[in-house]
Design a protein around this ligand. Structure first.
Ligand code: ADP
Ligand code: ZN
Ligand code: ZN
Length: 730
């Protein structure tokens, strides 16, 4: 092979630790770095990304194969984004090709041209926003359904309608009524911010934070710790607008549950610029459009969930991560990345400001702020006239309870409803009851595939495993003793709903959980109903508890705080404290003062006591000391080597052998292997080995030396295994 024939190093999806080398045929023009190419792999053709052009390969040139086709003449990944993804691959010890596959929109991975598609799309009009779908429901159910969807998403594309035959006709009639408009131009599907609403005058705390974000001299990440309702979003909006005015792009990362039509409305009303939305629920075509709009510089603001961290930003100005403590920011399979941590790294590489906002920051971010690695700004006052809610524990030991509701809580509910206010009840478990038990022999309905009980879903009349999604009918008699006396044990939202029907027959509670909102748009409809005001009783899981501004709620009842008090995970306490404070934050968001009642059998528990008397900051103090004493993050760096197998001994032996591969190393401790808190899930046994290090750098260099030999070990092919750097849970 003559020296002149160039060799391309190409990252391919799959478990290849390194990019693979291919030849560029002489008649082909060399593709730029970051472009897609199609190459042969075994007998398949796959799409990869060009990472490098080299003069020589480590493989004998005669064995190299040639690329089939160059798909792009301009790169789909610019050097900055490519660099970030390469960093991600190194930090999380994940194959580069797989990291690229996670970062790229599916359509690009499949070889779709990197061009926006033309779209027929229906948009909601101002009139359509206030038309009640229920007005249409009787005569035109299809129109009502489509109007509901339009109200929740703002627009519908032809692709989203699927093949349902009568949709087009129903949409035509909505257009004729003036509730929707149809556009057919090829566009990126952006939302145009109109800045039609003036910003409120910021208070002193908000001003300080906004000025700090604008101060270009300090490139440390900024932690914005603001109690719920303190006006963090206003700070974001002000900071974002400054960057838009300077023609710079802003990337906003929000948790899955945080990307609501209300938030988008607020962005649209307050910002002047083009807004692209990205989340996993979008049809692939729209996701590609949003990504391309960002790449082309057409989108000024990109707001999206976790994977939006991999959006191209040709003119970057600012990154914001809202609810930075939220667990959904960490991917739990494949490339186990933290979008928050990558956002911090990306901002650092770009030398642009980054804001991490939360009412309940992660202990990691609080520790960073204390060590002065982050700037720390606090918003301790609620914005406007709202006052902080008062938190009180309701000791339910020995109390008279009706299906989980104490008399004291019921009395409080009645009082608030009678005053014309709204009540929000929180229980983080859907279904009727988490256990179905035989009263005669004690038999319990257990999932055959998991170490878990079935949850009884009365509405669906099924038993459902919340861990593997398996379901089955409810047995008529006990399979063990044939008794018909099967009873519900424990509480779920359906059961609370039923109890409320009995205790407060005049009130119709609005239940919001994954079961009650399975129909598209039903979640938004329920929230819209709640926002109409009037005495209303809301009941739900964390779907209801996070992020929503429900102005008329004055009482929040946490039905069962005990659930999370004794969790096996080292983050259980942190998660519970965050959840309680987030739920409590729904109370008293406007002029009416809020009250929060927390039912517990453990009123003396230190976590609850600290939260009640010192709030989240006091909890964080205590929790950080505990983590320090236990040598857990953020004090020490942690990675988990996870293994799962249908054979219990294989998973355990793989981890034992992996552990034996390294001699004892200073500053490093390998602990385990232990069974995962739920050892068997979906018929697989799950084990984990803890790798702890005093410093992140020590952990990284150990993983670099160790993992290649782990991959070569004899059992590595018999088990499913993964390394999880900075695990979110165990
Ligand atoms: P957070 O994001 O911290 O929960 P928001 O930014 O949503 O808080 O603010 C809570 C409410 O207070 C919103 O209705 C918002 O419009 C209002 N608000 C925020 N800042 C101010 C301000 N400086 N003056 C008046 N109202 C404000
Ligand atoms: Zn029985
Ligand atoms: Zn199961």
């Amino acid at each position: 092979m003559p020296m002149s024939s160039p060799i391309l190093r190409i990252a391919l999806p799959g478990p290849f630790p390194e990019p693979l080398d291919y030849l560029l045929p002489e008649d082909q023009k060399a593709p730029p770095i970051g472009a897609r190419v199609e190459v042969p792999l075994g007998r398949r053709r796959v799409i990869g990304i060009v990472l490098q052009q080299v003069a020589q390969s480590t493989i004998d040139a005669s064995r190299l194969r040639a690329i089939i086709k160059v798909l792009d003449d301009t790169p789909v990944l610019d050097p900055e984004l490519l660099g970030l993804i390469e960093w991600t691959a190194r930090y999380y010890h994940h194959p580069i090709g797989e990291c690229l596959a996670t970062a790229l929109p599916v359509r690009l991975r499949q070889g779709h041209p990197a061009m926006p598609s033309a779209q027929r799309q229906w948009q909601i009009t101002e009139q359509g926003k206030i038309t009640l779908p229920s007005e249409l429901a009787a005569r035109a159910p299809r129109q009502a359904e489509l109007l509901g969807r339009l109200q929740s998403t703002g627009r519908l594309s032809a692709g989203e309608l699927g093949s349902a035959g009568d949709s087009r006709g129903a949409l035509q009639r909505l257009v004729a009524r003036g509730d929707a408009t149809l556009s057919e131009k090829a566009d990126y599907g952006l939302i145009s911010g109109q800045a039609e609403q003036p910003p409120p005058a910021l208070n002193a705390e908000q001003k300080l934070a906004t000025e700090a974000i604008a101060n270009a001299n300090d490139h440390r990440p900024l932690l914005l710790e603001g109690v719920t309702g303190s006006g963090k979003t206003e700070v974001y909006l002000t900071a974002i607008q400054e960057h838009l005015s300077a023609h710079r792009q802003v990337l906003v990362i929000v948790p899955e549950i945080g990307l609501t039509p209300q938030l988008l409305d607020r962005f649209r009303q307050r910002l002047k610029g083009e807004i692209a939305v990205m989340h996993s629920g979008l049809p692939e075509g729209e996701r590609l459009n949003a990504w391309l709009a960002a790449q082309a510089g057409q989108a000024d603001v990109i707001i999206g969930t976790r994977s939006a961290i991999f959006t191209p930003l040709p003119r970057p100005g600012l990154i914001i991560v809202d609810e930075e403590h939220d667990a959904s920011l960490k991917q739990q399979d494949g490339l186990r990345y933290s979008a928050r941590d990558l956002a911090v790294m990306r901002a650092h590489r770009l030398q642009i400001p980054i804001v991490l906002g939360s009412a309940t920051p992660s202990l990691e971010s609080i520790a960073n702020a204390r060590a002065k690695r982050y700037q720390h700004y606090r918003l301790d006052q609620r914005a406007g006239a709202a006052k902080p809610p008062t938190l009180r524990l309701l000791d339910v030991r020995g109390a008279d309870m009706q299906d989980g509701l104490s008399t004291a809580l019921l009395d409080a509910i009645k009082k608030h409803l009678n005053a014309g206010n709204q009540v929000l009840l929180f229980l983080n478990r859907r279904g009727y009851a988490p256990v179905l038990i035989c009263h005669d022999c004690g038999w319990i309905a257990e999932c055959s595939a998991c170490d878990a009980r079935y949850t009884w879903h009365r509405g669906r009349n099924r038993l459902l495993c919340h861990h593997c999604d398996q379901d089955r009918p409810i047995p008529a008699v006990c399979p063990n003793c044939n008794s018909v006396d099967l009873r519900a044990l424990g509480l779920g939202t359906e059961r609370i709903e039923a109890a409320l029907d009995t205790a407060l027959p005049d009130i119709e509670p609005i239940r919001i959980d994954r079961d009650s909102t399975r129909r598209r748009g039903s979640f938004e409809q329920a929230l819209a109903k709640a926002r109409q005001g009037g005495a209303q009783l809301l009941l739900g899981t964390q779907m209801l508890a996070k992020g929503h501004h429900l102005p008329n709620v004055t009482l929040v009842g946490i039905i069962d705080a005990d659930q999370g008090l004794f969790g096996a995970d080292f983050r259980s306490a942190e998660r519970l404290a965050q959840l309680i404070i987030q739920v409590a934050g729904r109370a008293g968001r406007e002029i009416n003062p809020g009250e929060v009642l927390i039912q517990t059998h453990h009123p003396e528990h230190p976590l609850l006591q600290t939260l009640i008397h010192g709030g989240y900051p006091a909890f964080a103090d205590a929790a950080l000391s505990e983590r320090e004493a236990a040598g857990l993050p953020p004090t020490r760096a942690l990675a988990l080597l996870r293994a799962e197998s249908t054979q219990r001994h294989n998973a355990a032996r793989f981890l034992e052998e992996a552990k034996a591969l390294i001699a004892s190393t200073p500053h490093i401790e390998l602990v385990g292997p232990f069974p995962a808190p739920m050892e068997r899930r979906a018929n697989r046994y799950r084990m984990q080995l803890f790798v702890q290090a005093d410093q992140r750098g020590q952990l990284q260099s150990l993983l670099e030396r160790w993992l290649p030999s782990v991959a070569r070990s004899s059992l590595a092919r018999k088990v499913r295994w993964a390394i999880d750097v900075d695990p979110a849970d165990t």
